[in-house]
Design a binder for this molecule. Structure first.
Ligand code: SAM
Length: 277
């Protein structure tokens, strides 16, 4: 008998892959959490019926949400990751030697615990001595901080449930206030095919809060449509002004200096969604 996982990505679109077994399933206080082994993409973390990450393609998302911002900031000493309980973003953050402190504010303790148990290759960075894990609502955390972080990375679930507020104008304002005077933020901002209205809204809000706002793209096979967007809001440093000298200080599998710049070159239909600056 074949076992298949099917995610209803929209009312009219589904993604299916064959699985060999379900390793874990529980209802946490925040969401339905599952870990399955897929044939095509390896082990997969699922929250509320939506793929969060897979062992085979996670490097694309985690490298792209992290390195664009951390190579744009000349001295990213204090970094906050909101969400990101699987640990993949933190694993990439701690590859940067300039980072002195990395804080993870994840609302759901069980995502971290289950990722540590079933996804060690993704969660391994959480053991770095520079990392502090807080089980907290990222919205409250940034509201309580002023001028504190160099970089804030918003590695959230889709804009439903506890993550809904992570896409609001008020939240981006609190993020701007939690950053130092030359700080910058980056957020995962969903698919231009499936979430066009959301991209219009968040790029307008981030553009209002920050003098530099830029959207960039990556191809992520297990996310709806495969085309994914990230948005940078920066008080000073422009990701397009970054110049790389020599090789990167650590190996990567997707991100490269050339791709850093290329990812900001947008197809016309995506350019149209991005609020004008
Ligand atoms: N790479 C993923 C994606 O785009 O599908 C996101 C991965 S990560 C697992 C997302 C995390 O955000 C979840 O573990 C969820 O519990 C957390 N989260 C959602 N809302 C949050 C909030 N308000 N504060 C902190 N964490 C939150």
């Amino acid at each position: 008998m074949e076992l298949w996982y099917t995610e209803k990505q929209t009312e009219n679109l589904a993604f299916s892959c064959r699985i060999t077994r379900t390793l874990h399933r529980e209802r946490t206080p925040f969401q339905d959490l599952a870990v399955v082994d897929t044939v095509q993409y390896g082990r997969m973390l699922i929250l509320d019926g939506m793929v969060q990450t897979t062992v085979a393609d996670e490097f694309i998302y985690h490298e792209m949400i992290t390195h664009v911002a951390l190579f744009t900031h000349p001295n990213p000493e204090r970094v906050l990751v909101i969400g990101g309980g699987d640990g993949g973003t933190i694993r990439e953050v701690v590859k940067h030697q300039k980072v002195k402190e990395a804080v993870l504010a994840e609302i759901d303790r069980r995502v971290v615990e289950v990722s540590r148990e079933f996804l060690p290759e993704i969660s391994c960075g959480l053991d770095d001595p520079r990392v502090t894990v807080l089980y907290a609502d990222g919205i409250k955390h940034v509201q309580e901080k002023k001028g504190c972080y160099d970089v804030i990375i918003i590695d959230s679930t889709e804009p439903v449930g506890p993550a809904e507020g992570l896409f609001s104008r008020e939240f981006y304002q609190a993020v701007a206030e939690a950053l130092k005077p030359d700080g910058l933020m980056v957020a995962q901002t969903e698919s231009p095919f499936v979430n066009a209205d959301l991209i219009r809204k968040v790029t307008a809000s981030i553009g209002e809060m920050f003098p530099v706002m830029r959207l960039y793209l990556a191809s992520i096979p297990t996310y709806p449509s495969g085309l994914w967007s990230f948005t940078v809001g920066s008080k000073k440093y422009d990701p397009l002004a970054v110049r790389f000298e020599g090789e990167l200080p650590f190996p990567t599998r997707y991100y490269t200096p050339a791709l850093h710049h290329a990812s900001f070159v947008l197809p016309a239909f995506v350019q149209e969604l991005v609020a004008k600056k």
